[in-house]
Ligand binder design. Structure first.
Ligand SMILES: [Zn+2]
Ligand SMILES: [Zn+2]
Length: 317
């Protein structure tokens, strides 16, 4: 089978051995897989992962000996394969299981291959009303849906999303549904236009920024983004950190204390909620697709995904 393998460089291999299925796992045939910033960072060497990339997928279950009812189903899946036996798993925090492997990110080959493996207990069937190119956004959309799960957002709340990348655009659409007073701060007019077309207020960096904000969602993953969030949030306000950071950003923690700011880290989220938003068309993901390539052109697709201003690039199997 074919697979996009990262060792010290990215390579499309065509002679990978077929997979044997461990207990509790499903063999999944890839249909469409998205390239995520995390994939690009792995290729830059930031994560220390080596193996087959890819964690944003939609596929079809080919074989699942332990749960054959899944066979033939079109699925998406959570990316954390948890153990089910440790204290974290017992308290329902499976995505924080210390024994977990993570699809295409840590200890487990990913979905940028003709076939891959995941435990059947992390799979979700995709409703017929959701197309492949929509379903492939379930994982990042679920990450956006994690925010209203962690922070209660009321219609009177002033909320700002910093960042107009893929994740920022998804977070903005999810937060807009709460009816809060939302502004998105970004650098790219054409990306902000995607939101303005949906009735979401936006603000270009350099314009006068909102102040006294109740909740700021930081979705840039760079130190400047955090500083902006810090400037805009009101005392006793909340900053939600939605992106991981390269290196160690310099943060004035004393000001966090003085202003009694709540800092909330936010990562993976609920797949059920994300699939419902896709099915009911309350969130538009297809306008985030910049390009799609046949899997055989995966290396070109990665080059494209690294270009400035490009949003989601998809791989077709
Ligand atoms: Zn991702
Ligand atoms: Zn566990």
């Amino acid at each position: 089978m074919r697979g996009l393998v990262f060792t010290d460089q990215l390579e499309l291999k065509r002679d990978l051995e077929s997979l044997s299925i461990p207990p509790g796992e499903a063999l999944i045939r890839s249909l469409v897989v998205g390239i995520c910033n995390t994939d690009i960072e792995i290729v830059r060497g930031y994560f220390g992962f080596q193996g087959i990339l890819g964690h944003e997928f939609v596929g079809v279950v080919e074989k699942c000996p332990d749960a054959p009812q899944w066979e033939g189903k079109r699925v998406v899946g959570e990316i954390n394969a948890w153990c089910g036996e440790c204290p974290a798993c017992h308290r329902g925090d499976e995505s924080h299981c210390p024994n977990r492997t993570t699809l295409g990110i840590f200890g487990r080959d990913g979905a940028m291959a003709d076939y891959f493996l995941l435990p059947h207990r992390v799979l979700y069937e995709v409703p017929n009303s959701v197309s492949d190119e929509e379903a492939v956004f379930t994982e990042p959309l679920a990450a956006a849906c994690e925010i209203p799960d962690q922070v209660s957002i009321r219609p009177q709340d002033r909320v700002v999303v910093v960042g107009d990348g893929k994740l920022g655009l998804l977070c903005a659409q999810v937060l807009h549904l709460t009816g809060c007073e939302l502004v998105v701060v970004g650098k790219h007019l054409e990306k902000l236009d995607l939101l303005r077309n949906r009735g979401i207020k936006t603000c270009l960096l350099g314009d006068s920024l909102p102040g006294g904000v109740d909740i700021v969602v930081e979705a840039t993953g760079n130190e400047d983004g955090f500083q902006l969030a810090r400037q805009m949030v009101r005392p006793r306000g909340t900053i939600v950190l939605k992106s991981t950071y390269h290196g160690t950003p310099q943060i004035d923690l004393s000001m966090i204390v003085v202003d009694e700011i709540r800092l909330i880290g936010s990562r993976c989220g609920p797949f059920g909620a994300a699939l419902r938003l896709l099915s009911s068309k309350q969130v538009d993901v297809t306008s985030l697709i910049s390009d799609r390539f046949p899997f055989d052109e995966a290396l070109t697709a990665f080059q494209k995904a690294r270009e400035n201003g490009v949003l989601k690039v998809l791989l077709d199997f």
